[in-house]
Structure formats: structure tokens, C-alpha cells
Design a binder for this molecule. Structure first.
Ligand SMILES: *Cc1c(COP(=O)(O)O)cnc(C)c1O
Length: 380
């Protein structure tokens, strides 16, 4: 049996304690025992989301949470801003179009972050905009959005600010209440160290008002139903019982560690990985002014086929990293995650495997240079 070390930005590794929790016999969801679990999960999520807002749990992957945000906040014909600087920003646009919402698409060069001024310009020119959709960490490029700055711009308008924080939650700072973010979407299988299957949506009072009014078709993802059920600490449909129970294991661990220490830890992992890439003579894909700590996107030399690097690392050596997505990045980059329980030795293992494969592919560099640079950062 071969081990498979996941260094991918979702799904991520699941620590043994959480695996054990996932292996427990199932309990019924309409019981006080499950209610206790659900209550604890919501409180734990409120800590991670840094909010007092309601948080609803949906049995779906992250995109289900994004779809719930669009269909519940907006009606056909409504206008919204979507920020597209990568694959996941594009998903907001596609979702809006699917529901007849007219997106004003703010295209951002891949590898760069949106400038809050650009958002402001559109909001100033069109007072009918009801929502602004952004991405905390654009996982396809490795860029972080300055959510606080965008929130300042959106705050004074009638629009709600919706953040896809699926890869960023618990990894990089997102102060939902302090910054005034109306809706935050997250999921179980990235920083929270769980299998895919749960999406989370936090909702401010301003957003709740829109949810009551929306004329979009909705049934399973109707957040009015989720709200009503949550008032009785319940869910409208069968929840992903096992994942909710395991979520508490994860949330307890996160609370014990503290968000601040977690953020600092991922920053160190990111700094080491960046140093390693440079020591190997490779460059970082994102602009360094907006580079994310949730993952590192490394641009490979043009003589190297990135798809082959990913395949060889995974199939021959059992180390999974992600490749590039879309026309722009397919075969050109690899992406290494710094989230969940990934630690220093996972990063060093991943880097040494990358070196091995690069050497096999005849890329010229000094063997050990990347690992050494990362070690130096860790030993500082
Ligand atoms: C992973 C991810 C998603 C959601 O993907 P699913 O496959 O639906 O879970 C959305 N946005 C970002 C930024 C992501 O990293």
C-alpha cells in the first residue's frame, strides 16, 4: 500500500483524530445528541469566521454554498459586481448568469489583486448594484484579496459584500464582523481538515433582508428554510451527520491553537516554500504584494511540462500537489497548499520530491537547494 501525502489546496490531509471521529457509528439527526453537536459546530464556526452572524450548514461541496449565496440574495434582473482574477472568481460570474443576475464583471489580471478603487468606481456609477462577489484567496492563482479594503468601499452602499473564503477560512485573517462582510462562504475540505461534503454560509442582518425578498427559484438551498430550522437548532434536511460531528473535533483543535497562531504558522510555511522556489531558480506566479499564505503557486521553467511534474510526483512518489487551471496556467505552474494540518516536514518532503522530479526531467539546479532554503526559514 502506497502512502499519498496531500499537499493540494483541497481536499487536504485529515489528521488521525478527525479520521477516528469520522469512523464513529452514526447517530440520528433529530435527537438532542445531534443538536448538541450542531450547536457546538455553529459556535466554533463563529469563532473561525470571527462573527456573531448566523451560520448555516449545507450538505454540499463549496460551490453549493456559493450557489446558495447567489440564489438567496438576488433576483433575476438584479445587478451585481463579480471580480474575476482566476477560476473561482469566474464561478461567481457563471452562477450570477445562471440565475438571470446581470454581473458587471471586473476583470483582474491573473496573479494580481483587485483594486478597491475599481470596485468603488463601478459602485459610484451604478447605484442599482445589489451585491459584490469576491474571493478571499483565489486558489487558481494564489492571490489574496484585501477584503478589509473592499469592505470599506462596499460598506457605505446598499450592496452586500459576499466573500468566497473556501480556501482562506482558518488560514488567513478574515474579520467578518469588524470589517463588515455580509456573507462568507466556506467549506469543510480545505483549512478545516475534513472530507468534502459541507458548505457554510454566514449571513449578516443586511443580507437576511435580501434573502427574504429574493425571487430566484430555490428549494434545497433555500436559506429561509435553513434559518427557520436553525432557530430550533435543526436543519431542514438530513445533514451530513458524520462530518458535522468530526467538524467539532477540528474546531476544538483550531480553538485550542488559536487563529493568530494558525495564521502565523501558515505564513511560515508559505515563506519557506517561496524561498525554496526561488532557490531552485523558479519564480512565484502571483504578484508578491498580494501573495497568499494559503498556497504557493510556482511558475515552472518553460522547458518543463507542469502536468508531468504533478503526475510523476503523485503516481511515482505519492506526493500530491496541484497543477495549473485554465488556458492561462495549465502545465505551467504547480500549487502547494499551506492549510489544515500541513506542517514543516510535509513541506520539506514535498520540496524534496519536487527536486527529485525536476532532476529526472533534466532541469538544471543544485540538488538540495530548495530544501535547504526552506530549512533556513524554518530555523530562523
Ligand atoms: C475549492 C474552492 C471552491 C469550491 O470548490 P468545490 O469543489 O465546490 O468544493 C470555491 N472557491 C475557492 C476559492 C476554492 O478554493
Amino acid at each position: 500500500m502506497k502512502k499519498n501525502l496531500l499537499l493540494t489546496p483541497g481536499p487536504t490531509q485529515i489528521p488521525p483524530e478527525i479520521c477516528a471521529a469520522l469512523g464513529r457509528p452514526i447517530i440520528h439527526h433529530r435527537t438532542p445528541q445531534f443538536q448538541e453537536n450542531l450547536k457546538e459546530a455553529v459556535e466554533g464556526l463563529q469563532y473561525v469566521f470571527q462573527t456573531h452572524n448566523d451560520i448555516y450548514l449545507l450538505a454540499s461541496s463549496g460551490t453549493g454554498g456559493m450557489e446558495a449565496a447567489v440564489s438567496n440574495l438576488l433576483s433575476p434582473g438584479d445587478k451585481a459586481i463579480t471580480v474575476e482574477g482566476g477560476k473561482f472568481g469566474e464561478r461567481w460570474t457563471e452562477l450570477c448568469r445562471s440565475y438571470g443576475v446581470e454581473p458587471h464583471v471586473l476583470k483582474v489580471e491573473w496573479g494580481k489583486a483587485v483594486s478597491p478603487k475599481q470596485v468603488q468606481k463601478i459602485l459610484d456609477a451604478d447605484k442599482d448594484i445589489e451585491a459584490v462577489f469576491i474571493t478571499l484567496c483565489e486558489t487558481s492563482t494564489g492571490v489574496t484579496t484585501d477584503v478589509e479594503a473592499v469592505a470599506k468601499v462596499v460598506g457605505g452602499t446598499k450592496a452586500v459584500l459576499v466573500v468566497d473564503a473556501i480556501s482562506g477560512i482558518g488560514v488567513t485573517d478574515l474579520q467578518t464582523d469588524n470589517w463588515g462582510v455580509d456573507v462568507v462562504v466556506a467549506a469543510s475540505h480545505k483549512g478545516l481538515m475534513l472530507p468534502p461534503g459541507l458548505a457554510f454560509v454566514s449571513v449578516s442582518k443586511k443580507a437576511l433582508a435580501l434573502i427574504e425578498q429574493s425571487k430566484s427559484p430555490r428549494y434545497y438551498f433555500d436559506l429561509r428554510k435553513a434559518k427557520k430550522a436553525m432557530e430550533k437548532i435543526d436543519t431542514p434536511f438530513t445533514p451530513a451527520i458524520g462530518i458535522v460531528i468530526a467538524l467539532n473535533e477540528s474546531l476544538r483543535h483550531i480553538k485550542q491553537t488559536g487563529l493568530e497562531s494558525l495564521f502565523a504558522r501558515y505564513e511560515r510555511l508559505a515563506m519557506a516554500t517561496r524561498a525554496a522556489a526561488k532557490a531552485l531558480g523558479l519564480s512565484l506566479y502571483p504578484d508578491e504584494s498580494c501573495i497568499s499564505n494559503a498556497l504557493t503557486t510556482i511558475r515552472l521553467s518553460s522547458s518543463i511540462d507542469g502536468e508531468k511534474v504533478v503526475k510523476r510526483m503523485r503516481d511515482t512518489y505519492g506526493i500530491s500537489v496541484a497543477g495549473g487551471q485554465g488556458e492561462e496556467l495549465k502545465g505551467k505552474v504547480i500549487r502547494i497548499a499551506h492549510m489544515g494540518c500541513i506542517d514543516e516536514y510535509d513541506i520539506l518532503t514535498g520540496l524534496s520530491c519536487l527536486e527529485k522530479v525536476l532532476q529526472e526531467m533534466k532541469y538544471p539546479f543544485t540538488l538540495g537547494a530548495g530544501v535547504c532554503a526552506a530549512q533556513r526559514v524554518f530555523n530562523e
